[in-house]
Design a protein around this ligand. Structure first.
Ligand code: KG4
Ligand code: ZN
Length: 342
């Protein structure tokens, strides 16, 4: 067996976070994330501004990641980068940088699927995190995706069900926008929900297939509810902000849990992981923890820093690919639309 340490540089630039990480044999030595504040004022990510910010951030972020890892760039064994899915302009910045850096260092390049990476973050070597055994189910919940994935192996995944319209992160962000909260609204709804009553208001849950999700109806329901109440009382949102947030969050988490229960019933698999930005949500984390004793599930909840977009998850995917000699050609292209199975 090769006892030489394997150093992988991971680069993530699919949306509005520029991130670089260095991993050694699957352990994270550094994970630097530069968030782009610029989108807050626009109520969502502006693609052109995102790619410009990535261009400004990419070199200092990579430099910091290498410095923090306390290694020399010549020690790197491979460079892993997000090849998709994501915003094309954003992906191109990471892809071009990764290609030229790998060429300059004369080391292999590994293109990583962002959605697989969210799931593979569970395999980061960390003494405080247990790794799920195959096969397991992963509820992938982010700003762009909502899926229940059956994970048979590191790179062998199957989508059991997904959203027919909006992603769950969008449901959080759009609800927040209706309430006049800045982007991204998910973390703020989570924060305010902790001070409110989750049963204060009831919202109708969607009627779709057992493993399918739909959030556009919920968003419209919330919009109508707010418009109606604000008409009667212009101070309605301010006066009831915490209860509204708690009720929205409670409804969303109930929808997610209902689907997970259906998936467990259908597959007989009770090793359940969550991944993606929305897995940072304190309510889903709490409810899943409780499910361990309530439903005899074993649950895998990622460390907070590996929930929202980060390069450590790209680095671990790169490391696992490296061990299987899965390298990408230098003419690999970024792909805006990419399924978790591709
Ligand atoms: O995975 P991610 O960083 O980017 C995508 O690949 O989409 O996910 C971002 C999403 C946003 O919609 C954000 O509002 C949501 O994750 N999010 C949360 C929380 N933290 C981030 N949603 C609910 N509660 C949170 N604590
Ligand atoms: Zn993501």
């Amino acid at each position: 067996m090769n006892s030489e340490p394997i150093y992988i540089l991971g680069i993530e630039s699919s949306c509005d976070d520029t991130s670089a990480a260095v991993l050694c044999n699957g352990k994270v030595l550094s994970n630097v994330v530069a968030n782009q504040e610029i989108h807050t004022t626009y109520g969502g990510v502006v693609p052109e501004l995102a790619s410009r910010a990535h261009q400004q951030n990419i070199i200092p972020v990579v430099q910091q990641a290498i410095q923090k890892a306390n290694i020399d760039k010549n020690q790197l064994n491979a460079i892993a980068f997000t090849r998709g899915p994501g915003l094309m302009g954003s992906l191109l910045v990471g892809t071009s940088f990764a290609k030229s850096f790998a060429m300059g260092l004369n080391i292999p390049l590994i293109g990583v699927n962002h959605m697989q990476a969210h799931i593979l973050a569970h395999f980061i070597d960390d003494k405080n995190h247990k790794k799920p055994p195959f096969p397991f189910l992963c509820l992938t919940i982010s700003g762009g995706h909502t899926q229940i994935v059956k994970v048979n192996n590191y790179f062998e995944m199957m989508v059991l069900g997904e959203t027919l319209d909006d992603a769950v992160g969008e449901a959080f962000d759009k609800s927040a926008k209706i309430l006049g909260l800045p982007y991204p609204g998910g973390p703020l709804i989570d924060k305010y929900a902790q001070l409110g009553n989750p049963k204060a208001y009831q919202f109708t849950k969607p009627r779709v297939g057992k493993l399918e999700f739909s959030f556009s109806g919920l968003k419209t329901g919330i919009l109508r509810f707010i418009q109606k109440n604000v008409k009667e009382n212009p101070g309605f949102i301010k006066e009831n902000q915490y209860d509204i947030c708690a009720s929205i969050q409670h409804t969303i988490v109930e929808i997610l849990m209902d689907k997970l229960k259906n998936a467990v019933k259908q597959t007989g698999i009770n090793h359940i992981a969550i991944a993606g930005g929305v897995s940072a949500n304190s309510e889903i984390r709490k409810v899943l923890k409780e499910a361990e004793s309530k439903f005899v599930w074993t649950t895998y909840i990622p460390k907070f820093e590996y929930t929202t977009d980060n390069a450590a998850m790209i680095g671990i995917s790169g490391y696992l690919a490296y061990l299987q000699n899965k390298f990408s050609a230098i003419d690999t292209i970024a792909t805006a639309r990419l399924k978790v199975t591709e």
